[in-house]
Write a protein that binds this ligand. Structure first.
Ligand code: 5GP
Ligand code: MG
Length: 174
């Protein structure tokens, strides 16, 4: 197994700061903007984007966490829902956040989870890494890094300080 570092701590920080600026630019500020992070690592990324936005704009944005387990269409479907979205999604611009975008099936499930809770004005997708190989018509609005990968022989390892003790993105050759 070979592991190559693709993003360092500094590069992750800069990417997330750039994405924060892009979110503000696209939406002309943060009125009606809320962040929804997909558990687990997408939730920490949503928290970080919210902190950046507060630093840049001086305004707090709501952050919720979505468990896509109950909405999955595959063997990973679960019955427990660990989501925590304690605000109204109706009429909001939802920035859906995840660490890695691959086939798009997780995002499809997340959209299901969001729509069941309300009717947002729009949903935009922010991901730290897009590794390609989509199986559904889903594309990100905000991307940290486009990382072409082999569908079967490579994986991306995203480490975040909150749970992994370091900030880094690796490509792992299996
Ligand atoms: P998808 O549903 O688009 O196939 O995969 C995206 C979801 O699976 C994300 O929530 C992501 O965390 C996880 N995932 C898929 N491929 C990878 C990968 O190569 N590395 C990591 N860290 N997560 C992945
Ligand atoms: Mg995930």
């Amino acid at each position: 197994m070979v592991r190559i570092k693709i993003l360092s701590e500094d590069e992750i920080r800069r990417s997330l700061m750039r994405i924060s600026h892009e979110i503000l630019e696209r939406n002309k500020g943060v009125d009606d903007v809320v962040l929804v992070g997909i558990l687990t690592r997408g939730a920490f990324l949503a928290d970080r984007l919210a902190r950046n936005i507060e630093l840049i704009e001086g305004k707090k944005v709501e952050v919720g966490y979505l468990d896509v387990g109950p909405y999955r269409d595959d063997e990973k479907r679960t019955d427990v829902d660990r989501s925590s979205i304690n605000f109204d999604l109706n009429g909001k611009i939802v920035i859906l956040t995840d660490d890695v975008l691959f086939t798009g099936r997780t995002v499809r499930a997340a959209l299901d989870g969001i729509m069941r809770r309300g009717r947002p004005k729009s949903v935009q997708l922010a991901v730290l890494v897009d590794r390609g190989h989509r199986e559904l018509p889903i594309r990100p609005d905000f991307v940290g890094k486009n990382l072409p990968t082999s569908k079967t022989r490579e994986k991306v390892k995203v480490c975040l300080k909150e749970i992994d003790g370091e900030d880094a993105v690796y490509i792992v050759r299996l």
